[in-house]
Design a protein around this ligand. Structure first.
Ligand SMILES: *Cc1c(COP(=O)(O)O)cnc(C)c1O
Length: 380
């Protein structure tokens, strides 16, 4: 028995700069919806090249706020992908609308644009696409499709801060783009999120909706004598805090360096996995954010392989089992596995290998050897 060499699935890279930034915030007046949130919004907008950014409490709430701001509600349908985290389609259900899943591209796992087109009907109000694993969807084709049918285009960019493809960047062609700063994401404040939009009116509506729907936020109410605020519409408690913004601000300086490190590791995985014929890697076009490194294993072997990798202390995850195969969706939307065969198969075969900027490159051969051994054992 060879000695175990544990490899962690993910580690955040937060350190002294983030600590100092939070410490400074604790000595200041505002802990939420204050100047640091504003500064983060400005700097994140610059990084993306987007006109407006609204800081929120999560990507999940960002999606709900966006659907509400776009007027999507009961009786409406939203076409989306089942190869995502449940938050994407849950948001559609939370606003009372119906998610309509399109199948995916078997190679990339991204929404199949032609199948999405087929799922558009008279009740369809919007499309939510997911830049899965960090690969940008075919945004030119999706924008054209949405324009043809008068639909809003929402990008779930929880994986894809740095993505670009065909000269199009994340948040460039969508009407709204949502981000996650959850604990395992590339930029993180434990929890937190953002929405990037191009339209000033939509941005103003979202700013209201994230703060209950009131007419003024805390910083705007501060100073001078008390002035009444009003409730303009029924909103949510979903704002970013200044502590979260303080954690995020120093990370913005390292975004590209960290993306480059993940890209180099992904390239190395590809080289090593070329020698493991049972494993299929997911190709990427243009600049991927390389948020995750997923592979597909032969049908029927994934769960055995996961158990083997676990026993060898290699951290792994599944991103994702297709949403339409999960209990709630099967029951609530009466969805059969066979309705979306490509997503069902992909979701049964995919697993994610360790990938984070400071992952020691010498751990990669350890992971790949463990995977090779796990596949060999799983075959028996
Ligand atoms: C993480 C994730 C979300 C949810 O993000 P939260 O910030 O945790 O709400 C939504 N969509 C995708 C694709 C994700 O990976």
């Amino acid at each position: 028995m060879t000695e175990l060499h544990p490899v962690e699935f993910f580690r955040h890279g937060l350190g002294p700069a983030e600590l100092a930034s939070v410490q400074e915030t604790l000595g200041s007046l505002f802990l939420t919806l204050g100047p640091r949130v504003g500064r983060f919004e400005e700097r994140f907008a610059q990084l993306l090249g987007a006109p407006h950014v609204i800081g929120t409490s999560s990507c999940s709430m960002s999606l709900i706020l966006t659907l509400r701001a776009l007027g999507v509600g009961p009786g409406d349908e939203v076409v989306t992908t089942p190869m995502t985290f449940v938050a994407t389609s849950n948001a559609v259900l939370h606003v009372g609308a119906t998610p309509v899943f399109a199948d995916i591209d078997a190679a990339t796992g991204l929404i199949d644009v032609e199948d999405a087109a087929r799922r558009i009907g008279p009740r369809t109000k919007a499309l939510i696409v997911v830049h899965l694993y960090g690969q940008l969807c075919d945004m030119r084709a999706l924008r054209a499709l949405c324009d043809r049918h008068g639909l809003a285009l929402i990008e779930d960019a929880a994986h894809a801060v740095e993505a670009e493809r065909d000269g199009v960047r994340v948040a460039e062609l969508g009407d709204a783009t949502t981000f996650s700063f959850y604990a395992t994401k590339s930029l993180t404040s434990g929890d937190g999120g953002a929405i990037a939009v191009r339209d000033a009116q939509l941005a103003a509506r979202l700013r209201g909706l994230r703060n209950h729907g009131v007419s003024k936020d805390a910083a705007a109410r501060h100073g001078g004598s008390y002035a009444h605020w009003d409730l303009l519409e029924l909103g949510y408690k979903a704002a970013m805090t200044d502590v979260e913004a303080a954690l995020l601000l120093p990370q913005l300086d390292r975004v590209w360096e960290r993306q480059a490190r993940r890209a180099a590791l992904a390239q190395r995985y590809l080289e090593l996995l070329a020698d493991v014929p049972e494993v299929r890697c997911i190709p990427w076009e243009g600049r991927s954010a390389h948020h995750l490194f997923p592979v597909l294993v032969p049908p029927g072997q994934r769960d055995r392989v996961l158990a083997e990798l676990g026993s060898r202390k290699i951290g792994c995850a599944v991103n994702y089992r297709s949403v339409h195969t999960l209990h709630y969706y099967r029951e609530e939307l009466k969805l059969r596995r066979e309705a979306l065969p490509i997503a069902a198969d992909f979701g049964d075969r995919v697993l994610s290998l360790p990938l984070w900027p400071d992952l020691p490159p010498e751990d990669l051969p350890v992971v790949v050897e463990a995977l090779r051994a796990a596949l060999r054992d799983a075959e028996r």
